[in-house]
Design a protein around this ligand. Structure first.
Ligand SMILES: [Cu+2]
Length: 276
């Protein structure tokens, strides 16, 4: 993978990286031909061999911490789940050609057991430690003209590598409010652009070339966060004893809060639901 970084508005080649795809434990997962914002029109230098950099993980997971408590549970959708519709990828033949079957919309994904996928669950308050950013890097891939994963979480200061795995141009148009917005063209297959964020927030990322492409990035100031899997489950581990406000945030349904108290070694529970 080829790594670029923006310097004075110009993409600069920064070396090559091996890619390691690692599924997050207890988490989940979860995107023009041409034409992006002017600030992103600068073309990158051609790739060339560079120093070997650390491998990249696919998704963030909470960093192991000293605490022995945990909070786990499920986010449910109660009632009849919305029916997802197939995305129309025909605007770009490259996109359409990469899939043998329809690509379904990802804004609401409800499992057979009612679990709601791609919900950010995190400690909103109550964590008082000074948490360094993990060295592990996180990837937001553009693959088959969808973002993989659909939702990605990381800590303040941790590296998010934007990757274009497609043979078409994408742009990553991030819409944060607390962090600096950006709109970055990624015209070269395999290119990587690292980003870091200073403030806690969950924000949308979209591709202006392919309007069906969207994802959400969660940036947190502590390591106690997760993204629900296909079964709606989550687990926040390594918590010190204490009382925490746990938030669940879904891109369509908003946010819910629960207060949970756990003692040392205790396994606390939290359940969230929408619909019904
Ligand atoms: Cu795109």
């Amino acid at each position: 993978m080829t790594v670029y970084a923006e310097e004075n508005g110009v993409l600069k080649f920064h070396g090559s990286r091996g890619v390691t795809t690692v599924a997050a434990v207890g988490l989940v997962s979860a995107s023009l031909l041409l034409g992006c914002a002017k600030e992103d029109d600068a073309r990158a230098d051609p790739p060339s061999p560079g120093p070997k950099a650390p491998s990249i993980t696919q998704a963030a997971t909470a960093t192991a911490t000293a605490g022995t408590a945990s909070i786990a549970g499920k986010v449910s959708f109660v009632g009849e789940a919305p029916v997802a519709s197939a995305l129309d990828l025909n605007a770009d033949p490259v996109c359409a050609s990469t899939h043998d079957s329809p690509v379904m919309g990802r804004d609401v994904i409800v499992g057979a057991d009612g679990g709601l996928k791609n919900v950010f669950v995190y400690v909103q308050s109550g964590a008082s430690g000074d948490y360094d950013a993990p060295d592990a890097e996180v990837v937001l891939d553009q693959k088959g003209c969808v973002y993989e994963p659909h939702a990605v979480a990381l800590q303040v200061g941790q590296t998010l590598n934007l990757l274009n795995s497609d043979s078409t141009t994408h742009n990553v148009h991030a819409l944060p409010e607390e962090n600096k917005p950006f709109n970055t063209s990624m015209p070269i297959p395999g290119m990587v652009i690292p980003k870091t964020f200073d403030e806690t927030e969950i924000f949308k990322v979209k591709c202006d070339v392919h309007p069906w492409m969207s994802s959400y990035v969660g940036v947190f100031d502590n390591p106690y966060f997760a993204i629900t899997g296909a079964d709606g489950s989550f687990k926040l581990s390594g918590l010190p004893a204490g009382t925490y406000t746990v938030a669940a945030r879904h891109e369509m349904y908003g946010e819910q809060l629960l207060e949970v108290t756990v003692g040392d070694g205790e396994a606390g529970e939290a359940a969230f639901s929408w619909g019904g």
